[in-house]
Design a protein around this ligand. Sequence first.
Ligand code: ACO
Length: 380
Amino acid sequence: MTSRSEASTALPEPTKGLAGIVAADTTLSFIDGEKGVLKYCGYAIDDLAASSSFEEVVCLLYDRELPSPERLADMRERIGAARVLPSEVKQVIEQLAGSTSPMSTLRTVVSALGHYESNVALKELPPKALRLVGQIAAAVAMIHRLREGLGPVEADPERGHADDFLRMLLGSEPTETQTKALDLYLILLADHGFNASTFSGRVTAGTLANLHSAITSAVGTLSGPLHGGANERAMEMIIKIGSPERAAGWVEERIAAKQRIMGFGHRVYKVDDPRAPHLKSSSQTLWEERGDTVLFDTSVAIEKEVKAAKPLITNVDFYSATLLYGLNIPTDLFTPLFAMSRVAGWTAHVLEQYGNNRLIRPRARYVGKADRTYVPLEQR
Ligand code: ACO
């Protein structure tokens, strides 16, 4: 026997996708989606993009203050040292690289890294969290080299993070433009309020599960095409379109078929994402240095056509795509590179959650059938 739904029981109407719900306070990043403003700990993203480095931003997110020269040197040293991976983790990468996607391998590596860390009290947790910032970069470089049949390049802890990562990934010295472009990318993607992956990390931390469980949740959540996975799809689209002249027809077809165009639209921003112009300009410099701007010009043409067809904003993933591809980074490494930056914000958020914790546990409204009579198996 079935009867009416129980939807009418006393719970409020759910907010699909938790849109507009404020789930907690944070002292990490501030976003004004109407005006297109992003700040880390009160500092405008434009100023950080112009003058800081990724390591400086990590100091800011961990300390809520810009670092002194000594603190910055200490941060560079700590992140540099963490780019040397434990040998057991190298074995995990050897087994998986090339047989699963880089993002799946990275998720497993983050989980495996937890086996080599002891549980510590909250006040001793920041150095352990910081190690993940260096380790994720080293893991991404190694995953790529091993799956390509290339030998791993050892970390040089003396170097800056962006510079050393490019050397470890590509096996050659990056140019100054390349290092600056990657550093900018890492600065701009380091934190962004309660985006889906950060929120999932905080939900896991909210149960008092350990740091590596929380960051593993975050990596898994980032992988989806509506979140971090959009940069890879955006680049595939730009390559497929291939020239500025073909952008109009392609966009028109896609919009007519009611399909989503990756790199556009955002839950919070109602005007262009403030990170997009910085990524666009750095991307242009990179492609000019390469001496071939066809793919960059194609992306500019796509943006123009999308905006003419629909009131959509350009999000961070669109020009991240041309920037990363301009650095010779294969598209399936784009989301792992996103993780390499966002791990700074993820870990800072997890520490913030532990510091003022309450279990994150919303309600679900049951709308299924009600008051059913159990029928024994032999009578069904
Ligand atoms: N292309 C075409 N139409 C779009 C797009 C898009 N990229 N984004 C939103 N729309 C349309 C939807 O079809 C919908 O139209 P409708 O009301 O006529 O049905 C309307 O805009 C609202 O879309 P929602 O999905 O309800 O918006 P939501 O806030 O839930 O989604 C999201 C935001 C997931 C980012 C969405 O804009 C999207 O799918 N974009 C493409 C994927 C992408 O670039 N993701 C990266 C986001 S940034 C980041 O996570 C780092």
